[in-house]
Every structure is written in C-alpha cells, then in structure tokens.
Design a protein around this ligand. Sequence first.
Ligand SMILES: Nc1ncnc2c1ncn2[C@@H]1O[C@H](COP(=O)(O)OP(=O)(O)OP(=O)(O)O)[C@@H](O)[C@H]1O
Ligand code: SF4
Ligand SMILES: [Mg+2]
Length: 330
Amino acid sequence: MSPMWEVENLRKYFPVEKSFIEKLFSRKTEYVKAVDDVNFSVEEGEVLTLAGESGCGKTTTGMLLVRLIEPTSGKMVFEGKNICPLKGEELRQLRRKIQIIFQDPYASLNPRMKVGKTVGHPLQVHGLAKGSERKSKVLEALREVGLAPPEKFVDLLPHQLSGGQRQRIAIARAIITRPTFIVADEPVSMIDVSIRTTLIDLMLDLRKSLGITYLFITHDLAVAKYISNRIAIMYLGKIVELSEKTELFSNPLHPYTRALLSAIPVPNPDRKRKIIRLKGEVPSAIQIPSGCRFHPRCEYATERCKIEEPSFIDINGHLVACHQEVDSHN
Ligand SMILES: Nc1ncnc2c1ncn2[C@@H]1O[C@H](COP(=O)(O)OP(=O)(O)OP(=O)(O)O)[C@@H](O)[C@H]1O
Ligand code: SF4
Ligand SMILES: [Mg+2]
C-alpha cells in the first residue's frame, strides 16, 4: 500500500525584507531557507513527529502540507495526488480532509465568537450541514473532545474557558469535517503541564476512533517519545535523521540527535549520563553553512564535512544524513 503522504524535495524560501539603505548597497535578494529540500512519507494511521530546535522549519513544513503557504519548489503527494497545483473547488475539498491545530489556543480562537459558532464554522464554510443538523454535529464534536455536557459550552466565549478547554475547542473545530490528516503544531506546549498528557491521550484516542493520521510538531523530545510512531529530526530546514521512535532513542546516529537526546532530563539523577553540549548557536537560515550544515557545531566535523553535503543512508528503515554513518556502512 502506498503511504498517505509522499513529500519530495520540498523547499520554502522566504525573501528577506530589506531597508532602503540596504537596497542601495545590494540588489541581490536574500532568502530565509526555512525548508530546504525536505523528503519524508507519512503512513496512514501513524503519528510522525517533526522535532528540532526553534527555527528549524517545523511550522513552515506543517503549513506547507495544509496549503496555508505555497512551496518554493517540490512535491507533496497526498493519497496519490500532487496537491501543489490544486485550486478552487479541488483545494476546498482537500481542506476538509486536512486540518491544523496551532500552538496558541488563545490566538487561534476568535475572542468574539461563541464556542458553538467556532466549532460549527468549518461545516458552514464547506456547506456540510446547517440548522439543527449543524447544531447536533457541534454537540457531537464537543462530546468527542471531552467537553461534557456539550450544551454547557456552546454559548460560552473563549475568555470563559481554561487553556486546556480552549485547545479542546480547537481540536473539536479541526475534527468536525472528519479529516483523515491533522497537523498538530506544538498543541500542548502552552498548556498547563498537569493536563498535557490528558490532551495528548485525547488526540491519540481520536486517532483510533476517527481514523486520524497526525503530523505532530514539537521541540520536546519527551512528548515526541510519548506520542509518535516515527520521529524526524530537523536542523536548519532539513531532516537529518528519521526513524521509528524506539530505535531513535536507543540508537541515535546523527551527532545532532545524540546531543538533543542527551539534554532530556532523566527521572533518576543517580543514573549518570554524558551531556553532549552543542557548540554555539543555530546559524542563520539566511547564510546556511556549506557542506553539512551542522558542521560548525559538530564535534566530529572533518574537512570533508565543510565542503560536501552528506546524503541520506537507509539502515533498515533508519535514515540518517552524516558522512560518518555513510562511510561506516559502505
Ligand atoms: N513568513 C516568514 N517570513 C520570513 N521568515 C520566516 C517566515 N516564517 C518563518 N520564517 C523563518 O523560517 C525559519 C523557520 O521557521 P519555523 O517557524 O518554521 O520554525 P520552527 O521550527 O517552527 O520554530 P519554533 O520551534 O520556534 O516554532 C525561521 O528562521 C523563521 O524565522
Ligand atoms: S557529516 Fe560531519 S559535520 Fe555533519 S553531522 Fe556528520 S560528522 Fe558532523
Ligand atoms: Mg513552530
């Protein structure tokens, strides 16, 4: 069976705004290479997580998949169809099937719109139900996200809800068109720690009951470990490692992944573990380092790493882009 998504050579370059003075000195347009040749697939029913430090291109990738922004180049094949050229009615049909949940439940809900209207809005946009049918679908969606009794919530405004309840509303709005795929962009990072697991469990339950596939985005590898089937580690606009989660945690191959994993706190402080400190800051996405873009921060970097970009090697489904690994398997 072919995967639900096949993403090939996906790029998103944002032109950098220049001041008048800067324009006088240089006519050349510079670009933020937010997503720079990304390739991955998503199997139906799985949770694939994109993880990595701030600014590595996670959100941009998610927004490209749901067609909120247009790619600079590349291909995004969803259920066998390249969605990049879709317009008009075809794009509208696609939007019913793919949804996004944002990080900030305070910013993503209209403060003046009552819960019932917010959750039912996609049904109105897609002409899927009106009147009493829409009302009953809204109540059903609220029930599905654990807001009970749902009648109690329909006339409330966002400010009358807690952060967790608001994110449940955002999830209800996302599932009401019965999507098969959801991008969940840091959906619990602004939620109280005490209820994060409950919300993640809700999303996993919906995956089973409604048959939803997720692209989950997080910078928190502990969350990634809990929710994912597979994890892709991004660095400066590129995926550097992608693997099934248990394999990734027990056998990380890329030096960047190893550094990220070493920074996760361990529950038992007696269990000594070597912390790998990354050198310096993440470089600018405007001036991406030559060769392996991780080389200025990598303790194993060689002269070759500064010149030659590593290609991916597939070690029994565990993908990694690092010269060391490629060499050791050749
Ligand atoms: N609309 C835009 N215009 C210009 N640059 C942008 C735009 N959106 C994102 N970027 C830049 O693209 C890069 C990737 O940003 P993105 O938001 O995708 O990263 P992220 O991995 O989601 O980060 P975070 O963990 O902080 O949410 C960053 O350098 C960011 O500044
Ligand atoms: S290719 Fe070189 S610089 Fe890049 S991660 Fe591997 S060893 Fe480090
Ligand atoms: Mg982001």
